[in-house]
Design a protein around this ligand. Structure first.
Ligand code: PDD
Length: 291
């Protein structure tokens, strides 16, 4: 078991470690009322947080942009503490979820005066992607990206992402690839890449996508390995002609997409560039564990 025997999972809320079973958040919390908050998800491999510095830096950028005053760096020891308290050090895969909202205040749109941010951190064991998802890949549909204009911020307002993922679920596939006016952005909870004429193409890290941590590592690893990468706008037409398509995210790493809207990508199997980038990402994770 990955939870403290007898106590159940322990989480961090309001400055203390408390049993998840008794943890509560006010109905006046601005996260609940307005989705006025942000979050972060970090992978834990056998007790080791992967790329925690990058996750906390992204969280700090979101906090600063939203003008929620909080020092994300103070959460690093809490990550490690939660791994210990929940006996996750020997568990193959876990994730740590952080949510920070603007705090509790009577419902009024403008920022409340004097409210302290609500800070929640929880750790849990996860299954990770199946071998089939990693090797055989997944199927996706495309959908219009109806999200707001600052999806580079990792905010908790994820309703469009939820609706898009539900559309995929109802279509009987695992994933969705979003586009704005035919320009591919990202997935509902992933970044999307294609291999086009031997070049790995992905949307630029502007306000239209979340700058994924795995995305950045994959790009850096590709550059270091001499694999051509182009961060540029790309279209649905290019998606349908791509030789390979893959997605990246913290909880699933890099994984192939072998069918889009019912048509095979390339020959319908994981391609060599995707396989190589999966190996490079695995090497990054292994190196993080020895840091
Ligand atoms: N999702 N794009 C979106 C919209 C995301 O929500 C995520 C991550 C990513 C990939 O980012 P990263 O490589 O840093 O995980 C891209 C997390 C895992 C989630 O919502 O659970």
């Amino acid at each position: 078991m990955s939870v403290m025997s007898g106590c159940g999972p322990i989480l961090y809320l309001g400055g203390e470690f408390v049993p998840a079973a008794t943890a509560t958040v006010s109905v006046d919390d601005r996260g609940f009322q307005f989705a006025d908050g942000c979050y972060e998800v970090t992978l834990v491999v056998e007790g080791c947080c992967i790329a925690l510095d990058r996750h906390l830096a992204r969280l700090q950028r979101t906090l600063d942009t939203l003008r929620i005053e909080f020092d994300a760096a103070t959460l690093a020891p809490i990550h490690h503490d939660l791994i210990e308290r929940n006996e996750l050090a020997d568990v193959a895969l876990a994730s740590i979820y952080v949510q920070i909202t603007r705090g509790v205040a009577p419902r009024a749109h403008a920022f409340p005066v004097g409210a302290a941010p609500t800070v929640l951190v929880r750790a849990q064991e996860i299954a990770g992607p199946s071998r089939s998802m990693i090797e055989q890949g997944s199927r996706a549909i495309t959908a219009v990206d109806i999200r707001w204009g600052r999806v580079d911020l990792k905010t908790t307002g994820l309703l469009p992402n939820v609706l898009a993922q539900q559309a995929a679920h109802e279509a009987g596939v695992d994933d969705v690839i979003l586009h704005r006016d035919g320009v591919v952005t990202e997935g509902s909870h992933t970044n999307v890449f294609a291999v086009i004429d031997g070049v790995v193409v992905t949307a630029p890290a502007d306000h239209r996508i979340l700058p994924g941590v795995v995305r950045a590592v994959v790009i850096e690893s590709a550059v270091a390995a001499g694999i051509a990468i182009d961060e540029r706008e790309w279209t649905l037409d290019e998606l349908s002609a791509a030789d390979e398509v893959f997605m990246t995210s913290t909880t699933a790493g890099a994984r192939p997409i072998v069918e889009v809207d019912g048509r095979p990508v390339g020959d319908g199997h994981r391609g060599p560039v995707t396989t190589r980038l999966q190996q490079l990402y695995a090497a990054f994770v292994a190196a993080e564990r020895t840091r």
